[in-house]
Write a protein that binds this ligand. Structure first.
Ligand SMILES: [Zn+2]
Length: 323
């Protein structure tokens, strides 16, 4: 069975409207494929897996057609983690380690990416059909907390003003996660809505639901999150609640690299740099950092690159190039 993400709403016990939404994801094949591309030490792998699970949870939550890109810019032995998740929940991920570092088996989040307090978390929303000159949306916050989950919760609160809780876990086999989010309350400053509903008690009731379900989810152990399938987990954690569960969404690994994109990247690098590499190595070899696919451009390919780069298409390809 393909990897799946489950979305659900808590049907209010005390109130008519749903005040909390939830999601559970379990990535096995997706994570295995990402993991197979890289050879990272275990603590790095765990952190990357947690970020991968989180990217699907946040993507599934957005009404946005494009890529959600999460980056942790580290100032320790891990200098960069990048996870990109598309609207169809296809994911790719990679990490960069500082040269010559050794990473302790028990290295924690702060040891890995925030050793000097200069680490940053960045979230970018890159629309699928970006217009010429249109900038993607980006939010950046310092890395607070002792885990990927805490850093993301902090981002959601600071940058999106959304109360979100995440439980994330990854090992060699799986990258799993649970998200709970308090839905924004529509009442504003009014005491009653048009239908005469008492909004103050609605608000109190929705807070009660939120506190209760977060308490339930806080009983979740890492091993349980890794081993138990999403549907069982949902029942086990929230058996006292009435849930409206939606059709599960499939998740998978996919890398969007292509020869055209690499070509566009080489054009932005400039002819001089490309010529130097040609002179040095006889060809320009580019490895996709996400999927390890190799792209080779020989002297003839490179000449063509710059012969066409002056045309409108070439210039546009270079502008649209993402990495
Ligand atoms: Zn690739």
């Amino acid at each position: 069975m393909a990897d799946q993400l489950f979305k659900f709403l808590f049907e209010g016990r005390e109130t008519a409207r749903s005040s909390v939404r939830g999601e559970i994801v379990s990535l096995k094949d997706t994570w295995r494929e990402i993991r197979a591309q890289h050879d990272y030490p275990a603590p790095v792998l765990r952190m990357l897996g947690e970020l991968v699970a989180a990217s699907t949870l946040l993507s599934a939550n957005l009404k946005f057609n494009g890529a959600l890109i999460m980056q942790i810019h580290g100032d320790g032995p891990v200098t960069l983690l990048v996870v990109e998740c598309n609207a169809d929940l296809t994911v790719r991920a990679t990490a960069k380690l500082a040269e010559g570092v050794t990473i302790a088996e028990d290295a924690g989040f702060q040891d890995l990416v925030n050793r000097n307090g200069k680490g940053r978390f960045a979230l970018t929303l890159d629309p699928k059909d970006r217009q010429h000159g249109q900038q993607p949306y980006q939010g950046i916050v310092p890395l607070e907390g002792d885990s990927v989950a805490r850093a993301l919760e902090n981002y959601m609160l600071r940058s999106e003003q959304l109360d979100t809780h995440l439980w994330l876990a990854a090992d060699e086999e799986r990258a799993n996660g649970v998200l709970l989010q308090k839905l924004p309350f529509a009442g504003g400053d009014d005491l009653f809505d048009a239908a005469g509903t008492d909004l103050v008690s609605e608000l109190e009731a929705s807070l009660e639901t939120w506190n209760r379900v977060v308490t339930f989810a806080n009983t979740l152990e890492r091993a349980e999150l890794l081993e138990v399938d999403p549907q069982t987990l949902m029942r086990r954690l929230f058996w006292e609640e009435t849930l409206r569960v939606f059709e599960p969404l499939p998740c998978s690994f996919h890398c969007s690299c292509s020869r055209e994109r690499v070509a566009a990247m080489l054009v932005t690098l400039g002819q001089r740099e490309v010529d130097d590499t040609l002179l040095d190595q006889g060809s320009v070899d580019v490895n996709c950092e996400f999927c390890n696919r190799q792209y080779r451009f020989d002297a003839v390919d490179c000449a063509q690159l710059f012969a066409t780069s002056n045309t409108a298409d070439g210039v546009r390809a270079a502008t649209l190039q993402r990495h």
